[in-house]
Every structure is written in structure tokens, then in C-alpha cells.
Design a protein around this ligand. Structure first.
Ligand code: GDD
Ligand code: MG
Length: 362
């Protein structure tokens, strides 16, 4: 198969060392790429896409909660991959993380992934563009409505990258860094070892200044950075509904996804790509809309939950109403409480029955 020819000679590197601060408190116990997303740790979807593209050697650059990754994925053989882990004692940043795995690389072409991006781009096409342009570095780029939170990457008519502007208030274009790079291996050796380096703020601007051949591959594939609660909820819902592609969900998409060990009572509603995790129980008349319910959660009858993430072991009392919230592990939300508008409940917090209410027009 032609598709497999190029990727087999490619290493994958996944950056998963970030602290996931914007997803606290969920990331206090679990690193962001391991949060359950459409029934499996988020990273499983990315690994399945890497495998489907024919790449088998994967190096993970870890730091924060490094052990969790290896405990779950092991040597990768169950997924048909060969996974290695390189731990940063002190977080080295994105560039430092890439440099830190240099001696594990086997091939001259290295595909680097930000570990928190849910995407549908054709990886083989990114690699083909890299080869066709004889590029030193190729970046996957997408267009977004608000580029300020990302790396802004203007290109010329041939796709050559003109500038790399990380998180700028006044971006000259809405074309942004989508978090997949194809490096020539020798370029990675030019990143200074043993100290924190931001690939976005230090390495990319330097490579451009040196006149290296840096190209963009732009497409309109599904793309979402899962770094905030809102994006996490939407990304998970999009996976469940088949809007975001994942080889792990083919043929299983719909309005809701219920783990085989969960119990959802008759008369409970699961809408908008909601997920119910292992061993969780959803009572009659409860309504979940675009909501991610982790493992071991109890939602009592009549509760209404929208656009929220419910951490492992949480209890939601009868007729509670929760929208746009993150509920930390083991918290107990009493009956008839109302929580909304970006509230985050810390792990283990107990809110008594009727404990928090908003007036209907608040
Ligand atoms: N190994 C390692 N070490 N990985 C790290 C470190 C580190 O010190 N710091 C961050 N990472 C990993 C994160 O785990 C994540 O998978 C990835 O690098 C990107 O970090 P984020 O913290 O999620 O960055 P961002 O979303 O603000 O911005 C980045 O991604 C955007 C696209 O999603 C930048 O690359 C932007 O330019 C880009 O547009
Ligand atoms: Mg991110």
C-alpha cells in the first residue's frame, strides 16, 4: 500500500508533559491527555490515528505525572505500536521536550504531535507535503475564528512560512499552528539540550531567521485544542457524534455513548454526544446534554446536566441543575443545587441539598 511506504520511515513524538492547568481540578489527578474522552483516555484516539497512518515507533515526552502514561499504554504492543517514554525531571517546555527524545529517534523524518489536539488531518498528506517541498520543517496549519490563543503562522503563495507569532494580541492572519510538525531529524539536534526551550517562541523564530525551509500544510479537517473545559466537552461530544473522526469509534457513533458496565435508567436522556463512564449510574428522568461523565459517578433522578465534565466518583443529587461546570473527583452536589457559568468544584467538596441556587434570571 503506497500510504504505508513513507510513514514507516517516520518516528512519532508526542508531547504530553504539560500540566493542563486550564482543566483543573480534573488534571490534579490525571494528566490532560489521559482524561477519559468518548470512553477512552484522550491519547488513545491520537495513537490510533498514528497507527492508521502506518507509523509504529512512538516516543512520548512526559513530565507532569509521567508514570500514568506508561502504566496505561505499556510498550504499546496491544495497539500494534512500539512506545518509548522519556521523562523530563524538570519540565523542558515544548522545544526542550522534543530535544530530549533525540537519541531515541530512528529515522530522518520525525512527526511531532502536541498531545492535546483532536484532529482529523490526513497525516500521510502532511508527510507527502514535507517530502514534495524538500522542507526542513513542515507544520500543519488550520484557520480559526479567534487566532489569539494560538501560534499565528502567515505563509506565502507557495506555502512557505513567513513568521511564527505565538499568542499574539494582534494576529495578522487567522491561520494558526495546529500542533503537528514534521522535522528533519538533524534540525532537532540544533535545539539546545538540557534547558527549557519553547519550540514556538524560540526554535521556530530562529529557524526562520536562519532561512531554513519551513512550510505549512493547510487544510480544513476537524481540529480542536482540548485545553479548556469548553473545548474538552465539545471535542468529546464531537467524537461521540462522529463529527470528529477516531478509528476507535468507527461504527459506534450516536447521541450518547454508554460504557457496558454503566447503568442508565429508562427515562433518562442522553443527548448531544454525552458519555457515561465505567460503573456510573444515571437515574430516571435525568437529562445529560453534551456532558462527559467519568467513571463511578452517580446521577440521581431528575438531575439536568449540560456542557459539563463530571469527575470520577462524583454524586449529583436529585433534580440538581448543572451547566458549563467542572466537578472534581469525589465531590457531592446536593439535591436541587444549581451550578452554572464556568463553576469548578474541587475534589471531595460536599455541597449540601439546596446548598447553591441562582435565581432563574441570574
Ligand atoms: N514534554 C513536554 N514538556 N511537553 C509539554 C511541556 C513540557 O514542558 N509543556 C507543554 N507540553 C505539551 C502539552 O502537554 C501539550 O500536549 C503540548 O505540549 C502543547 O502545550 P499546551 O500547553 O497545550 O500549549 P497551547 O495549547 O497553549 O499552545 C500550543 O498548541 C497550539 C495548538 O493547539 C502551541 O503549540 C500553539 O502554537 C498552538 O497553536
Ligand atoms: Mg493545547
Amino acid at each position: 500500500m503506497i500510504q504505508e511506504k513513507i510513514p514507516c520511515s517516520t518516528d512519532a513524538v508526542i508531547l504530553v508533559g504539560g500540566k493542563g492547568t486550564r482543566l483543573r481540578p480534573l488534571t490534579l489527578s490525571t494528566p490532560k491527555p489521559m482524561l477519559p474522552t468518548a470512553g477512552v483516555p484522550f491519547l488513545s484516539h491520537l495513537l490510533a490515528r498514528i497507527k492508521a497512518a502506518g507509523i509504529t515507533h512512538v516516543v512520548m515526552g512526559t513530565s507532569y505525572k509521567a508514570e500514568v502514561f506508561e502504566e496505561y499504554f505499556g510498550d504499546g504492543s496491544e495497539m500494534g505500536l512500539e512506545i518509548e517514554y522519556v521523562v523530563e525531571e524538570q519540565a523542558l517546555g515544548t522545544g526542550g521536550g522534543i530535544r530530549n527524545v533525540y537519541d531515541r529517534l530512528r529515522h530522518d523524518t520525525v512527526m511531532v504531535f502536541n498531545g492535546d489536539v483532536l484532529g482529523g488531518t490526513d497525516l500521510t498528506k502532511v508527510l507527502d507535503t514535507h517530502a514534495a517541498k524538500d522542507a526542513d520543517l513542515t507544520m500543519h496549519l488550520v484557520r480559526v475564528s479567534d487566532p489569539r490563543a494560538f501560534g499565528c503562522v502567515p505563509t506565502d503563495a507557495e506555502g512557505r512560512v513567513l513568521e511564527f507569532l505565538e499568542k499574539t494580541e494582534d494576529p495578522p492572519t487567522n491561520q494558526i499552528n495546529a500542533g503537528i510538525y514534521v522535522f528533519k531529524r538533524e534540525l532537532i539536534a540544533t535545539i539546545p539540550p538540557g534547558r527549557p526551550v519553547s519550540v514556538e517562541r524560540e526554535t521556530f523564530p530562529r529557524l526562520l531567521e536562519e532561512g531554513r525551509r519551513v512550510f505549512g500544510y493547510v487544510d480544513q479537517s476537524y481540529w480542536r485544542d482540548m485545553g479548556t473545559p469548553d473545548d474538552f466537552v465539545r471535542g468529546s461530544s464531537d467524537l461521540v457524534r462522529g463529527i470528529a473522526p477516531s478509528p476507535l469509534l468507527e461504527g459506534r457513533t450516536g447521541e450518547g455513548l454508554i460504557d457496558d458496565t454503566a447503568g442508565v435508567s429508562d427515562g433518562a436522556w442522553l443527548l448531544g454526544g454525552s458519555v457515561v463512564g465505567r460503573g456510573s449510574e444515571i437515574g430516571g428522568g435525568a437529562r445529560l446534554e453534551s456532558t462527559v461523565v467519568f467513571d463511578g459517578v452517580k446521577v440521581e433522578p431528575g438531575a439536568v446536566i449540560e456542557n459539563s465534565i463530571i469527575g470520577a466518583g462524583v454524586t449529583i443529587g436529585a433534580n440538581a441543575r448543572i451547566s458549563d461546570c467542572v466537578i472534581g473527583e469525589g465531590a457531592k452536589i446536593g439535591a436541587r443545587c444549581e451550578l452554572k457559568g464556568g463553576m469548578r468544584v474541587w475534589p471531595g467538596v460536599v455541597i449540601p441539598d439546596n446548598g447553591v441556587r441562582f435565581s432563574s434570571d441570574a
